[in-house]
Design a protein around this ligand. Structure first.
Ligand code: GLU
Length: 430
């Protein structure tokens, strides 16, 4: 993410404010994270040496409830990025009508360079340093880029050691065996898939006639790809940090997922022309830039932020972009794509399935009543479809992009909370 990520993120909110009558104070509140924690985490490495890692947790807003959002492990994590990501979580939770505010955090580390035991020590150390900053009523972390359910399990356990109480609701995205919710792992992908289905319905699309390219092949992308392929869509391209593969007739997604999760890089899974006639048939190797420029119906950036910017936005040929990643389009890209009438389902809606099932997990942890998978899926799908439709209605009414409409919806809810607290309208008797 580039400099001033938080400032740039706020600009989208200020733009949306033109379309909604909220107290000015709402914006004032949202322009500042409510609290920020920066920690040093000393970790004993396997070779006996000590390394100190830098970790952050930002609580952007608790206007609507305890702060909620993931923890990422990535070399580029910094405070500014965490502020922007925490702000997006505030908007995401507001759009999905969850009783949460927004938070985000992470550690500046390349987890691929660490052993499993080093990652466990780092994760436990991070939780110890976060001390009372987090808690089931105050701030509830979850997985994000390069963190997963195993890490969430360690963190929950470490929190229990420090607090002397087992409180599974302190963190979501845990393994099911440790109080996680069924359906959480695939929730982000499923939510994105609901968005695809709503769009397809509105456009009268037949799945079999539509092609999809997916940039990134982590947890969210895999679940999305599997559901889309099951519905009949052709997944013609996927990629990861090592490169991508393209096959005009579409891939067997289950096979790709198996290969990728066996530790393979997407790049090494490709087959060149006649060299490979396996189950996947001939596939062509492409790079990430080529993937973004493919002639497909739907493009799904599902990796990191700012992958489409002012330089490559004009290369995009897809009719629809579904942002499974957080912040994959820069402002310049947004403007360029809007001019060309490319529909963008914004991140704060498209990838909100994850935090929605995190909310269900938190509810289950607090009530002790665990739901079957059908209940989780049904509630997620209904909520996603309902909030997606609300965003579309706002976009139509105001003749604005879905992104702007999503912020309008978030602002309506945040504004109502600010209003309920009492604003100058109340105190000045206006
Ligand atoms: N990290 C995910 C997100 O960006 C999930 C957050 C959560 O479940 O709290 O939405």
């Amino acid at each position: 993410m580039t400099d001033q990520a938080f400032e740039r993120a706020l600009k989208r909110l200020d733009d949306a404010a033109e379309h909604v009558d909220v107290p000015e104070e709402t914006l004032q509140r949202l322009h500042f994270p409510r609290a920020v924690l920066s920690v040093a985490i000393p970790v004993r490495m396997d070779d006996g040496k000590l390394r100190v890692f830098h970790g952050y947790r930002v609580q952007h807003s608790n206007l609507l409830g305890p702060c909620k959002g993931g923890l990422r492990y990535h070399p580029e994590v910094d405070l500014d990025e965490c502020k922007a990501l925490a702000f997006w979580m505030t908007c995401k939770c507001a759009i999905m009508e969850l009783p949460f505010g927004g938070g985000k955090g992470g550690v500046a580390v390349d987890p691929k360079q660490l052993s499993m035991l080093e990652i466990e020590r780092l994760s436990r150390g991070f939780i110890r340093q976060m001390g009372n900053f987090i808690g089931p009523e105050t701030d509830i972390p979850a997985p994000d880029v390069y963190t997963n359910e195993r890490i969430m399990g360690w963190m929950m356990d470490e929190y229990a050691h420090s607090s002397g109480r087992r409180e599974p609701g302190v963190i979501t995205g845990k393994p099911v065996a440790l109080g996680g919710s069924v359906g959480r792992t695939e929730a982000t992908g499923r939510g994105g898939f609901v968005c695809l289905e709503r769009l397809a319905k509105a456009r009268d699309w037949k799945a079999e006639e539509r092609s999809i390219a997916i940039q990134g092949f982590g947890n969210a992308a895999q679940a999305f790809a599997r559901l889309a392929a099951e519905a009949g869509y052709k997944i013609v391209a996927v990629s990861d940090s090592g490169g991508g593969i393209y096959r005009q007739d579409g891939f067997d997604v289950d096979e790709l997922i198996d290969l990728k999760n066996q530790g393979g890089k997407i790049e090494s899974l490709y087959c060149d022309g006649s060299v490979c006639d396996g189950a996947n048939g001939a596939a062509r190797k492409i790079d990430n830039q080529q993937l973004l420029a493919l002639e497909v119906d739907v493009l799904v950036p599902a990796a990191l932020s700012d992958v489409i910017d002012g330089d490559n936005a004009d290369d995009v040929k897809a009719a629809v972009i579904i942002e499974l990643a957080n912040g994959p389009l820069s402002d310049e890209a947004d403007q360029a794509l809007e001019k060309r009438d490319i529909t963008v389902v914004p991140d704060i809606l498209a990838n909100a399935g994850g935090v929605t099932v995190s909310y269900y997990e938190w509810v289950q942890n607090r009530t002790g009543d665990y739901w079957p998978i059908e209940t989780v899926q049904e509630r997620l799908e209904q909520r996603m479809a309902r909030q997606f439709d609300r965003v579309c209605v706002i976009a139509d009414e105001h003749d604005i992009s879905m992104r702007r409409a999503a912020y309008v919806l978030a602002l309506e809810r945040l504004g109502a909370a600010a209003e309920a607290m009492g604003t100058d309208r109340l105190f000045n008797g206006a």
